[in-house]
Design a protein around this ligand. Sequence first.
Ligand SMILES: O=P(O)(O)OC[C@H]1O[C@H](OP(=O)(O)OP(=O)(O)O)[C@H](O)[C@@H]1O
Ligand SMILES: Nc1ncnc2[nH]cnc12
Length: 173
Amino acid sequence: MNIKQYIASIPGFPKEGIIFRDVTPILKNPDCMKYVTEKLSAFAKEVKADLIIAPEARGFFFGIPVALECHVGFAPVRKPGKLPRKTMSQTYQLEYGVDELQMHIDAIQEGMRVVIIDDLLATGGTVEAMIKMVEFKQAIVAGIGFVIELDDLKGKEKFKDIPVLSLTHFEGE
Ligand SMILES: O=P(O)(O)OC[C@H]1O[C@H](OP(=O)(O)OP(=O)(O)O)[C@H](O)[C@@H]1O
Ligand SMILES: Nc1ncnc2[nH]cnc12
């Protein structure tokens, strides 16, 4: 399956100079969604995941079906102030300024093999923050799976020693 035909490219969104890669056409097509879920799940099974984590909002689209398919748990990674119980936090660099992600402190147990799933890898800042939270809990990032990787931004260089699967690649932002 050529999943690129199910990714819409929108120049100038959300600002000038960005080509936004929109995965909502994948969600609309059950065959493509099944294909993406199976590919990412096969990878997560291969690296022996026992927990899937994904960041809001677009990471949830793919992280939850992958966790179901692998028959392992799922834990959400959220923007600050959204999770009701005790959390851990990690700040990360944006193009301009910083942002923060949070997880419930008890979402990850020591020694777990955690797989991170997200729709898209750009600079890698989001994933880097998630890696820090996994490692804070003395768990292992067993692998990282993306639907899309933006090659020119070289985000993958931020996590050289971890197995990465990207189902499709784009050049240019
Ligand atoms: O590799 P990075 O440079 O960190 O960028 C990638 C992240 O950016 C997007 O999420 P965004 O923060 O826009 O949130 P959203 O999913 O709620 O739209 C995307 O879904 C990734 O999570
Ligand atoms: N070009 C892009 N398209 C969609 N989401 C993004 N997140 C960061 N860069 C993006």
